[in-house]
Design a binder for this molecule. Structure first.
Ligand code: GDP
Ligand code: MG
Length: 556
């Protein structure tokens, strides 16, 4: 208590000194907020921070002032482009919430978010149900076996339909969706929500926050039916709960929570929430459920690669020397590099000496921070399971393993990013601009592993590749603006290739040039024949008469 908090500004990042939000492992929950673009993820995170008193008002995305969409390009495009992290306290627990982009072009950032979170909330629009990115992201969650919940948002919009979206989700994903929160009305008639575990309604007041309210009398039957479904599903979460349910015909709130917690942990149950994030509705029930029921990091598994290349499970634990993986890197002009860490063993403190087994190099970590959007909050330590940031590290890049002590040989399994699917040939006005452009773009490749730049030897073009037109344009615009260079883009040329399938006859060409000086004369005979498949090419110089025969051998 009694700590003074000083703030100073480092470029766009604000550093809060003496923040000290040190948290023990058991009190952590790491949650990725994911979903199709425009479903209200950023607004949901903003409201969570508002309810947790981290911010004094919830901003609208269009104002450009939300906590998670803080970079210039996010503000100007009004969409999330980067995964951003915000820590908040909720009734004695710390929730690390990662807001992710919902546009296919920025899937790399969303994958970074998955790496560090044990669970996810999938936000869907109450009119649209499962959309293309919902389906793709669901597949990513399945591949990683991540527990998840669904939040049906924008219940206040015309044509919002909770039951239809629920049906659509069940049909699309063939999973056991279990409503925990149901709406009171919809569209213009939307009034609030009913929390079926707590048996309470929540309605939003004048001050923009929800508080408990009576369940409307005409909703009692509706509520009872959903409540019974909830109890049945919770009972299936654990054997002793089934017995209790058969004996007593119902379960109390604590039993329901335990049943759902256990069902959710191995994906037998997908709890369903709803609300209207822009109005601040449905937020408390979601925060309570995350706090009480979402999985803790301790005891969950990550993967390592041993020196011999074999893979093994790695249980997240408080015991032992510190070990962490870097899941994201950002670089900005002034504050330099920030490395986002997930601590998987032990504790990282401000003075911890970290070793990167891949580089075989050591470095003191310097200060460690938690994040709230662009605010870096200095903290004494990051415990196992926690997520935070170190600044200006020379040994950390995305996917690096950092450990205490230099006898560690394993590395955490790197994140698998999708291959780029779209490319453009780029050039700048002059040599100097070209150098600047290339330098900046190479820096981007450190931050964004779905972005590549390479010089194509065959077509003599500089080619950038990424996840789509929007992704590349966003990167190029940033470089244009920061470096004041004009970058010209065009479709890349494709080197023409043909496979030789049979022996040609001898082709002949005579070269004669007599325009001043010594005359030039040459007669060229050439014959082409196929090599075996995959042998690339071989050129045999077969000049006869005084000059020895030479062979030019394949380059690859
Ligand atoms: N009507 C309505 N609009 C919302 C709600 N939540 C968010 N929005 C709006 O939907 C748009 C997208 O919101 P945003 O949070 O950026 O979505 P994201 O792309 O999923 O992060 C913004 O214009 C929000 O103001 C809601 O509950 N109701
Ligand atoms: Mg967003």
């Amino acid at each position: 208590m009694g700590r003074t908090i000083h703030a100073c500004v480092l470029d766009q990042h604000i550093v809060i000194k003496g923040g000290n939000m040190s948290v023990v492992s058991n009190d952590l929950r790491n949650v990725a907020i994911i979903g199709h673009n425009d479903t209200g993820k950023t607004t949901l995170v903003e409201q969570m921070l508002f309810y947790a008193n981290v911010i004094s008002r919830a901003e609208n995305v269009s104002s450009g002032k939300t906590v998670s969409d803080y970079t210039d390009e996010e503000i100007s495009h009004k969409i999330s482009i980067h995964a951003s992290l915000a820590s908040l306290g909720w009734e004695g627990k710390t929730l690390n919430i990662i807001d992710t982009p919902g546009t296919a072009g920025f899937i790399g950032e969303t994958i970074c978010g998955f790496r560090s979170c044990e669970s996810a909330v999938m936000v869907v629009d109450a009119r649209d149900g499962a959309q293309i990115e919902t389906i793709k992201l669901w597949r990513h969650l399945d591949q990683r076996n991540k527990p998840r919940a669904v939040f049906i948002n924008k219940m206040d919009r015309d044509r919002a339909d909770y039951t239809q979206v629920l049906e659509n989700l069940r049909e699309t994903f063939k999973a056991n969706f279990v409503p925990v929160v149901v709406p009171i009305g919809s569209g213009k008639e939307f009034k609030g929500i009913i929390n079926l575990i707590e048996d309470k309604a929540y309605m939003v007041n004048e001050d923009g926050k929800e508080s408990e309210a009576e369940i409307p009398s005409d909703m009692k039957d509706f509520e009872e039916q959903y409540h019974n479904d909830l109890v049945e599903n919770a009972a299936e979460g654990a054997d002793d709960l089934i017995e209790k349910y058969f004996d007593e015909g119902t379960l109390n709130s604590e039993d329901i929570r335990r049943g759902l917690r256990e069902g959710m942990a191995d994906n037998r149950v997908i709890p369903v929430f709803c609300g209207a994030t822009e109005q601040g509705s449905g937020i408390i029930s979601l925060l309570n459920f995350i706090r009480n029921n979402f999985p803790k990091p301790i005891g969950k598994f990550d993967w390592i690669l041993n020196e011999d290349g074999s893979e093994a499970e790695f249980a997240i634990t408080e015991e032992g020397p510190a070990a962490a993986v870097v899941f994201k890197t950002t670089i900005d002009q002034f504050s330099g590099k920030l490395s986002f860490l997930k601590v998987l063993r032990g504790t990282i403190k401000g003075d911890t000496e970290l070793y990167n087994p891949h580089l075989n190099r050591k470095e003191r970590s310097g200060k460690v921070y938690r994040l709230v959007g662009k605010k870096l909050i200095e903290t004494d330590m990051l415990a196992a399971g926690d997520i935070g940031v170190i600044a200006k590290s020379n040994i950390a890049s995305t996917n690096s393993t950092l450990v205490e002590g230099s006898d560690t040989k394993f590395q955490f399994k790197p994140l698998a990013f999708p291959q780029p699917i779209y490319s453009l040939a780029i050039s700048a006005d002059d040599k100097k601009s070209e150098v600047k452009m290339n330098e900046s773009l190479h820096k981007v490749t450190e931050e964004d592993l779905t972005f590549l730049i390479k010089f194509n030897e065959e077509t003599k073009e500089n080619v950038v590749a990424g996840m789509g037109e929007l992704h590349l344009n966003m990167i190029l615009d940033k470089v244009r603006e920061k470096q004041k260079v004009s970058i010209i883009t065009k479709l890349p040329r494709v080197a023409y290739r043909e496979t030789v399938t049979k022996k040609s006859g001898i082709a002949e060409y005579s070269h004669k040039k007599q325009s001043g000086g010594h005359g030039q004369y040459a007669r060229v005979l050439i014959e082409i024949e196929p090599l075996e498949r995959g042998a690339y090419y071989s050129f045999t110089n077969a000049i006869k008469g005084g000059v020895s025969q030479q062979g030019i051998h394949p380059r690859h």
